[in-house]
Design a protein around this ligand. Structure first.
Ligand SMILES: C[S@@+](CC[C@H](N)C(=O)[O-])C[C@H]1O[C@@H](n2cnc3c(N)ncnc32)[C@H](O)[C@@H]1O
Length: 226
């Protein structure tokens, strides 16, 4: 009988205990600890060949979208940032089983990773597909795409680089447009109302398939760094 060498998500072990938490690159995953006050790197050796473009997807979930991009975009580095370890394990498992070598998985929170570990103007493109909408007004303060995260996106994107956002949530769409329009570094790619609802070859993710199957309208927004 042929023994299968396929990885399981549980093959990825968490590298530190709570008391010993520290930023560490382990088994192809960069772990950014929570509730940690000694972040100090701005130049980690996260990708070896700085000549290749770097694209980041924040809030990657199970990684379906970025794995397809990395598989078909071997001339670039892709970075998947996801804060839930169980979802990081899913991305990591598929990355190994599909032999994807140009993807770095970051197990950590988007703003913390960006603020402490990304140098200025190091990223060619940013994607955020279906960030948690926090639909109740009293929870809206938890939405990721607002200041100060937008300023961090402006800092790490190269001039001419683009930030792409996708959401089914009409109010969050309006909030993203207002936040990006309100930042001097960004200009919208699409004319008013600054989003489109069809993008045939954009790629698919778990939530994109789910919301489309329920007939929801998807809003795609793109902003260019001046
Ligand atoms: C609605 S899901 C979308 C997942 C995926 N992009 C998709 O389209 O299927 C949102 C994901 O963002 C992650 N997330 C939310 N806030 C985050 C943050 N601040 N930093 C990193 N990940 C975050 C959640 O854990 C969750 O996996």
């Amino acid at each position: 009988m042929v023994k299968s060498c396929a990885m399981k998500g549980t093959d990825l072990k968490h590298p530190f205990s709570w008391e010993e938490r520290q930023p560490v690159l382990h088994q192809g995953v960069f772990f950014v600890p929570k509730f940690y006050d000694q972040h100090k790197l701005r130049n980690p050796p996260l990708w070896e060949d700085s000549k290749k473009p770097v694209f980041i997807e924040y809030c990657s979930g199970n990684g379906a979208w970025i794995l397809q991009k990395a598989l078909h975009g071997c001339d670039a580095y892709w970075v998947a940032v996801e804060q839930k370890f169980e979802r990081v394990r899913k991305i990591w498992k598929k990355m190994h089983n599909l032999n994807v070598r140009n993807l770095l998985v970051v197990s950590g929170e988007a703003r913390t990773f960006t603020t402490h570990y990304l140098p200025d103007a190091c990223v060619d493109g940013i994607f955020i597909n279906f960030p948690d909408p926090w639909p109740k007004t009293k929870h809206a303060k938890n939405r990721l795409v607002q200041e100060p995260f937008v300023s961090e996106l402006a800092r790490v994107l190269k001039a001419g680089g683009k930030a792409t956002f996708v959401t089914d949530h009409a109010l969050y769409c309006q909030q993203i447009i207002a936040a990006m329009q309100g930042h001097a570094s960004f200009q919208p790619d699409f004319p008013a109302p600054y989003f489109v609802t069809e993008w045939a070859d954009y790629g698919t993710s778990y939530f994109e398939s789910l919301w489309k199957s329920k007939g929801l309208t998807i809003h795609y927004m793109v902003f260019e760094k001046r």
